[in-house]
Design a protein around this ligand. Sequence first.
Ligand SMILES: C[S@@+](CC[C@H](N)C(=O)[O-])C[C@H]1O[C@@H](n2cnc3c(N)ncnc32)[C@H](O)[C@@H]1O
Length: 231
Amino acid sequence: MLLGLHTFTPSQALIQQNTIWNFIMSRFGSDPLTFFNSVYQNIAPWDIGAPQPAMAALIEKYPPMDPILDLGCGSGDLAIYLAKLGHQVVGIDFVESAIKSAKDKVAALPDEIARSLRFQVADALRPSLLHQQFGAVFDSGFYHLFDPDQCEKLIDEVASVLRPHGYYYLHEFAIEFPVPNVPRKISVDEIQTRFSVEKGWCIKEVRTVEFLSRVAPPVPATCACIERLPV
Ligand SMILES: C[S@@+](CC[C@H](N)C(=O)[O-])C[C@H]1O[C@@H](n2cnc3c(N)ncnc32)[C@H](O)[C@@H]1O
């Protein structure tokens, strides 16, 4: 039996099992679900009650196509922001309490907006398991949780659910902290190397911006909007 499995509900146990394979060399230990569960016992540091401003600016400049997938959606503020702009959005996260917070926020929204939102507990490293195609994929602080080899697999997964000409939006730390359990630095160079035309991507924009949090002054971030080219 997997360590600590009995403390999870069946859906969390399935994700835990799947996730252990993905996270053998995780930046958040061998059990990242337990780590993120504990963060969500309080308001998470990244929970600023709104999308990251640089992400909002990208959305305005490069409007997404529907339906939209939000990877690692947390308590749902970005997905809700997109729904208020008139989009159909699916938000996934592996932390049940984060998804519950998102659903609680939906319950307070007018019906026409609430109807365009779906939040579910799922492994955001495996969006192909949703068996749905998306016009856009959002990644606000998800990609930077993973080491480069895991990011390669994540990009393949994103490519498999993104329609031709759909956009992948990223907003990630561009700073390395010398402590455990923190995201890694994602540079503009890394984005340019990983998302080349040869690999089927066209970078619409990539630049250095800021990442806001509830607990510290803004830190440098990299944000990008990247088009999936037809194959
Ligand atoms: C830095 S937080 C960002 C949350 C949100 N996107 C935002 O911008 O506020 C990263 C999120 O990814 C989630 N996460 C990490 N690994 C995951 C996985 N394998 N599947 C689903 N969610 C995951 C965490 O629970 C957390 O909510």
